[in-house]
Design a protein around this ligand. Structure first.
Ligand SMILES: [Zn+2]
Length: 224
């Protein structure tokens, strides 16, 4: 578009499309649409597993969507597979083999306007309608995060040469924690939820740390 190459392409999970993308768009990051996998593919190949193992669907959903880091994902995935003896399930093996293309802990490092994790949508058109649309003010999304920060508290856990690591946790639910690193000189902050990389809008966890340290929004976080 306008002589600029796409950086990311999101498609249905399909072998033919995957091969074509690898050939034609070899420099482009390729993600699979989470809506398609979750609404179409998983029910098609896992319905017998869902029926046989009552808690599997819920635990599988949580491991895909709530694992913040790759280590966390791998340990959660292994635990639910072992619990129900699903090591030989070919669909789960296949989906694990391609996990870099669709699971949050991997894809959240790449900007794609939060599209590949939309869970409520039946189609890509609906993804676009839900978020963002032409009348969505980006500062409304920022405002949601700014209001949301008030539910969180921060605690300094490590301080090593100009870099402070904070544990950011929900005041009424200490189990929900995030790690934010803050560079004192550059005022750069990184959260392990990776919302900024994924959506270009700072998350409430980073805001909780910046409000404690910086007193105003560092200029690198105000994008064109
Ligand atoms: Zn965050």
């Amino acid at each position: 578009m306008s002589r600029v190459h796409a950086k990311i392409i999101i498609t249905d999970q399909d072998v033919v499309i995957t091969n074509v993308v690898a050939r034609i768009f070899s420099d482009v990051i390729h993600h699979y649409c989470m809506c398609h996998i979750q609404k179409k593919k998983n029910p098609e190949y896992l319905s017998h597993v869902y029926n046989a193992h009552g808690e599997f669907k819920n635990q599988f959903y949580k491991s895909i969507h709530l694992s913040l880091t790759i280590d966390e994902l791998e340990s959660n995935w292994e635990a639910i597979i072992n619990k129900d003896g699903l090591q030989d399930n070919q669909w789960l093996q296949k989906m694990y083999y391609i996990h870099k293309k669709w699971i949050r802990a991997y894809v959240c490092h790449n900007f794609c306007a939060k599209m590949s994790t939309t869970q409520r949508s039946e189609s890509m058109n609906k993804c676009f309608k839900d978020f963002p649309n032409s009348s969505t003010p980006l500062y409304k999304k920022f405002q949601d995060e700014l209001i949301g920060y008030q539910k969180f508290s921060v605690k300094k856990i490590i301080f090593v040469v100009e870099v402070i690591t904070y544990k950011v946790y929900e005041i009424y639910n200490e189990k929900t924690t995030y790690n934010v690193t803050y560079h004192v000189n550059s005022k750069e902050a990184t959260c392990n939820c990776h919302l900024f990389e994924f959506l270009d809008i700072l998350c409430r966890h980073v805001l909780a740390v910046l409000i404690k340290n910086a007193h105003s929004l560092p200029s690198q976080y105000i994008l064109r």
